[in-house]
Design a binder for this molecule. Structure first.
Ligand SMILES: C[S@@+](CC[C@H](N)C(=O)[O-])C[C@H]1O[C@@H](n2cnc3c(N)ncnc32)[C@H](O)[C@@H]1O
Ligand code: SF4
Length: 368
């Protein structure tokens, strides 16, 4: 069971974040930020380490039309009943509160976000929030062509498509469904529509697709594609073990045996380490959550489809904003609840072996 703390009434706020205490003992050696709980009190989106959270990822739906083995648990998941998921209005209200407080980037994710009825209307309502600079979408692409026009009109201006192999037969083995051609078509359409770069998320797993690293890099020669190689991460039910993890270092070594990689500058809160083969149009990024965490620059918050605020991808503790809303919380109360949860964010997540042992949600219900 996820450790879920619910709001029953406005008076319950102090109890709400019980168990989420960040503290001095929490600061690992060599961590570059100092802990001062006073910093958290200054702003709803600040934590005790002075990190300002300007990026919110919203999961719109838990279900998916693919069954990627590294994401979806083998056993049948008990999906949250629809009435316990955030409604469109609740999502839009929370998005507004976050943007008013200073969030400049929102990503819509899932499960598969395009399975959500009304995703277009949600994107339209969020896309017009004053102050929002980036409206991003992470999708497996299967339903994208049908919805592309409206989503782009709504303001979606950053796109991550997930694709772990360039071979149709392997796609079926990894995702347990057909759809390779559809994803490739969606990527082509994204480039035609001017997305530059089109980001392609690729989870690299030993014995599954690590032999395609060089092929993916070759793909960036003439296309505005940024392939982002992601280290395989442990989540509930995904049978993670370190023999299947291909580390950042190993990925680089394998690629550099064929292509030179030049480092490119990353944005201040970028989770990806970006490289480019000299002369190539596209780029290559590495998301190294397992072997080189990037917690010091973390500016992300996550809202699950059932309305829980998750301040760390790998953190077990969640706060139900849905329950707060349904108990009649005012905007001011919601801001306090969010501020208290963010304020107590821990310095960093545990190491990969501890994470593998820890309870968390399956990735499919977090959304990346
Ligand atoms: C959970 S999916 C949700 C959005 C959408 N369905 C998609 O696949 O793009 C978001 C991202 O998380 C990544 N992901 C899922 N499970 C993962 C794992 N165990 N380790 C690393 N990345 C993972 C996926 O590859 C995908 O790029
Ligand atoms: S990675 Fe995305 S497409 Fe694959 S099962 Fe998870 S949610 Fe679905």
């Amino acid at each position: 069971m996820i450790h879920e703390l619910k709001v029953l009434s406005e008076g319950d706020i102090p109890a709400l974040t019980e168990g989420m205490q960040a503290s001095l003992e929490d600061v690992p050696e060599g961590f570059g930020l100092a802990y001062d709980p006073g910093q958290a009190q200054q702003h709803m989106l600040a934590d005790g380490f002075g990190r300002r959270h300007t990026y919110l990822r919203i999961s719109l739906v838990e279900q998916c039309n693919l069954r990627c083995r590294y994401c979806m648990p083998d056993e049948d998941l008990a999906w949250t009943p629809d009435e316990q998921l955030l409604t469109d209005d609740e999502i839009i209200r929370l998005a507004r509160l976050f943007v008013e407080a200073g969030v400049t980037k929102i990503r819509l994710t899932g499960g598969e976000p395009l399975l959500r009825q009304g995703v277009e209307q949600i994107a339209e309502a969020i896309g017009v929030l004053p102050g929002l600079e980036t409206l991003a979408l992470t999708t497996n692409g299967l339903l994208l062509p049908k919805k592309f026009e409206r989503l782009q009109q709504a303001g979606v201006n950053l796109l991550n498509l997930s694709l772990d192999t360039l071979r149709a037969d392997r796609f079926e083995q990894i995702t347990q469904r057909r759809g390779f051609e559809l994803v490739m078509r969606a990527i082509d359409e994204a480039m035609d529509r001017g997305f530059d770069p089109v980001k392609v998320n690729c989870v690299v797993m030993r014995g599954v697709n690590e032999d395609e690293l060089v092929d993916f890099v070759a793909w960036t020669e003439h296309q505005p594609i940024e392939v982002r190689f992601i280290e395989f991460m442990p989540f509930d039910g995904n049978r993670w073990d370190d023999t299947r993890l291909v580390s950042f270092q190993e990925m680089r070594d394998r690629i550099e045996a064929v292509y030179p990689l030049e480092r490119r500058t990353d944005g201040p809160n970028e989770t990806s380490k970006t490289y480019q083969v000299p002369g190539f149009r596209g780029r290559v990024g590495f998301i190294t959550s397992m072997t080189e965490h990037f917690c010091e620059g973390c500016n992300r918050l996550r809202l699950t489809a059932d309305g829980n605020l998750k301040v760390c991808l790998f953190g077990r503790v969640e706060v139900s904003l849905r329950d707060a809303i349904r108990a009649g919380a005012t905007d001011e109360t919601l801001r306090e609840v969010i501020g208290a949860a963010v304020g107590r964010k821990h310095a960093r997540h545990a190491g990969m072996y501890a994470l593998a042992e820890m309870e968390n949600r399956p990735m499919i219900t977090i959304g990346g």
